[in-house]
Design a protein around this ligand. Structure first.
Ligand code: NDP
Length: 340
């Protein structure tokens, strides 16, 4: 008798979850990723509301978002987003494990001493073991080097990643925050080790276009996919700040990576001009921002964050809309050239 994973399913999830999502092939690999993926950088730490996080992840899964992105240091405190996700898996999603792509990373500051960050073999292997324990998993689908290490030889960092795949602790390897030149070097070392580089995770949005200056060309040439993080510029490319106020509880109100002081009158003018284009097309600003990234087939997936299931659903509406027209793209381009 064949094992049927569905026999173990504990909750009734949406049976039609794959109907409204589209999937793109990740570079030249066998893996497809949803056009929208969900990241757990913010909102899933032990300092955050578990129920809200649970609802957001389940709403995502029910909408065909089968890729969840984590890192060792997501929280706060660091490590707690993996604990939260492990609890969600255990309580609701473990019977669906084969339907889900889970990624985690190591590279930033995680524990004291010389082995708690960057790209040594010592750090990467110990960190992934700790991540697996926190999530209650035997393997992750994608393991990333979270940032290039200027001091460790690239052969050591990539060698550790290749060994992690051979040990069965990760199915695929990715790199994140590597520039075009560093990416080409890392991809080449991995190829020589017989482990292709599946994906690059890079910041990209209408307000941050650095990957257009060479990185996307390298990834296309090498057959490596690209997943774009902070596609909504941490909330700037949504309705959150358009009136110039900083709502209580918003990311800009918390004084983290998004600073209230960076929301200048010139930036607000630009955001409102983009919002006007969105409104004329019957879209929200977040939908415009997502569709703008998806205009380029080299971008495999748009990796959003959301602090509620309602935000997630608003962003998902992008996928039921028509692609941006040439006229819209042209007008967006003119707005993006405005000073801010
Ligand atoms: P986004 O640009 O999508 O920002 C998400 C935030 O925007 C939400 O938490 C929310 O903030 C606000 N938001 C989203 N949708 C709406 C909406 N419809 N209306 C109003 N506000 C909205 O992405 P993130 O910066 O969160 O990054 C996404 C993921 O990318 C991370 O979780 C992580 O997985 C990955 N990442 C990777 C990095 C790397 O170095 N590899 C670095 C950073 C992120 P709020 O409600 O709190 O104001």
């Amino acid at each position: 008798m064949f094992f049927n994973a569905s026999e173990n399913r504990t909750e009734n999830r949406n049976e039609n979850r794959y109907d409204s999502m589209k999937y793109r092939r990740c570079g030249k690999s066998g893996l497809k990723l949803p056009e929208i993926s969900l990241g757990l950088w913010h909102n899933f730490g032990s300092a955050d509301c578990y129920k809200t996080g649970l609802e957001t992840v389940l709403a995502a899964f029910d909408a065909g978002i089968c890729h969840f992105d984590l890192a060792n240091n997501y929280g706060p405190p660091p490590g707690s987003a993996e604990l939260t996700f492990g609890r969600i898996l255990k309580e609701s999603l473990l019977p669906y494990r084969d339907e889900i792509i889970i990624s985690t990373k190591a590279g930033y500051d995680m524990w004291p001493g010389p082995y708690g960050e960057w790209g040594s073999r010592k750090y990467l292997i110990a960190s992934l073991d700790a991540s697996l324990k926190r999530m209650g998993l035997d393997y992750v689908d994608i393991f990333y080097s979270h940032r290039p290490d200027p001091e460790t030889p690239i052969e050591e960092t990539m060698g550790a990643l290749a060994d992690i795949v051979r040990q069965g602790k990760a199915l695929y390897i990715g790199i994140s925050n590597y520039n075009a030149e560093q990416s080409a070097a890392a991809i080449s070392v991995l190829r020589n080790l017989g482990v292709p580089c599946l994906i690059h995770q890079a910041s990209y949005s209408m307000l941050n276009r650095w990957i257009e200056d060479g990185l996307l060309d390298v990834l296309e040439k090498e057959g490596t996919g690209c997943i774009c993080f902070s596609p909504l510029a941490q909330g700037l490319l949504t309705g959150r700040y358009l009136d110039g106020n900083i709502p209580d509880g918003s990311r800009a109100s918390k004084g983290g990576f998004l600073k209230a002081a960076s929301i200048t009158p010139a930036l607000l003018k630009k955001l409102n001009a983009l919002n006007d284009i969105a409104k004329e097309g019957g879209r929200s600003l977040s939908a415009l921002a997502i569709l703008w990234i998806l205009r380029d087939r080299r971008n495999t997936s748009v990796l959003i964050g959301a602090s509620s299931a309602a935000q997630l659903k608003e962003n998902l509406a992008a996928l039921s809309q028509t692609a941006l027209s040439l006229d819209e793209l042209d007008r967006i381009e003119k707005v993006l050239k405005m000073e801010s």
